[in-house]
Design a protein around this ligand. Sequence first.
Ligand code: IFM
Length: 453
Amino acid sequence: MSSTMPSGAKRLGLRSDFVWGVSTSAYQIEGAAREDGRGPSIWDTRCRTQGGVWNGDTGDVACDHYHRWPEDVALMKDIGVAAYRFSVSWPRVLPKGRGRVNDAGLDFYDRLVDGVLEAGIEPWMCLYHWDLPQALHDLGGWANRDSAGWFADYAVLMARRFGDRVKRFATFNEFSVFTLFGYAIDWAAPGITDRATHLKAIHHVNLAHGAGVDVLRDHVPGVSIGAVHNRQAVHPESDSEADRAAAALLDEHWNRAFCDPQILGHYPPLIARDMEPYIQGGDLARICRPQDWFGLNHYGPIFAKADPDTTWGFAWGEDKAATPHPLLGWAIYPDAFRDELLLIARRYKLPIVVTENGCGGNDQPTPEGRIEDAHRIAYLDLYTDKMKEAAAAGADIRGYFVWSLLDNFEWGSGYGNRFGLIHVDYETQKRTAKASAGWYRELIGANSSVMNR
Ligand code: IFM
């Protein structure tokens, strides 16, 4: 690493039991999409038949983690992480989403969980990271109220099978991304743009979350449960009344449609009336269940503008004041991370785990085979400084997970945007630690256990 790059060996003054980890998700890394009895998910359908993914890429092979997981666990161990957050592919363990169990799928996660534990790393299992079984979508998916029960049954299966070894569970990853992009904007599977379908999906996913919390609490002794929320401040693109109204509505959809009912017991005001037709007696109590931590995925703020041609009258706007980062195309706002952490601490009063933070890019090896991702190191360095500021200002932050361990399938961007600490050559599946992996190893070393006090 060049001497001008920031060193990871800085002290952040965090809790002595602070958890350093990395995150991934099933569809983005596993591959083996048609192997050992896995059923199709809505992302298989999107990639194969709906288009909308860069370069026509698919998750069919991805990082081939299904076969190469021992190497990936060894890479994590080498970085020194204490925790690994991964998701389970629902259609791998229940090919049709309910009914017949696929033992080969469960066996895969047994091997993975045991391998992670043997490496001295704690498994954090996320039950849902966007890959709904296609068979359930064919029954209406999240727009069908029965989906809460389907999810609860799946959670029972996971809790019974893995609850002896896995104690950290997240119900869902990024509720508002997969509902808004999948049911209102058509940036993601299943590619629907309909208000009523979107509203139903929001409510039923909230019900599924509440049911999942109860199941995990009942079946897993000593469990610690959270949910993972994407949270980013929403700013109007201009000062016009229309853009300000668009930003206010997007803020509720993006930042509050799930956190508020799940933790505070009510929908936020601008969307509360829209939700009324779908709420049955007792629903809000079913949704608002006690949780142990708040999972935050944060990258940067959002800019919104009015657009009457969209499902909700808002669209993503431009950040007119910023100079986009030359490598990434978007601007970097570390202060927004600190502010978000403080806002969550005040509003939701739960311990916070940063379950994702990281930076994409087009990282390529030098002729000598090194990957000098200085832009990622600079990003992580700035953001971890802001986490330190938030902790010093009173936010109860318990952990930080980099997105991601590996370069992987970045949804609509296909393999065109690399977020990994580890570079993956998709032709050969060769893994190469980037400079940022070394930086993170140093950071973890300088900020683990008693050294942190
Ligand atoms: O790759 C995604 C991940 O699946 C969810 N959070 C944001 C990441 C980067 O876009």
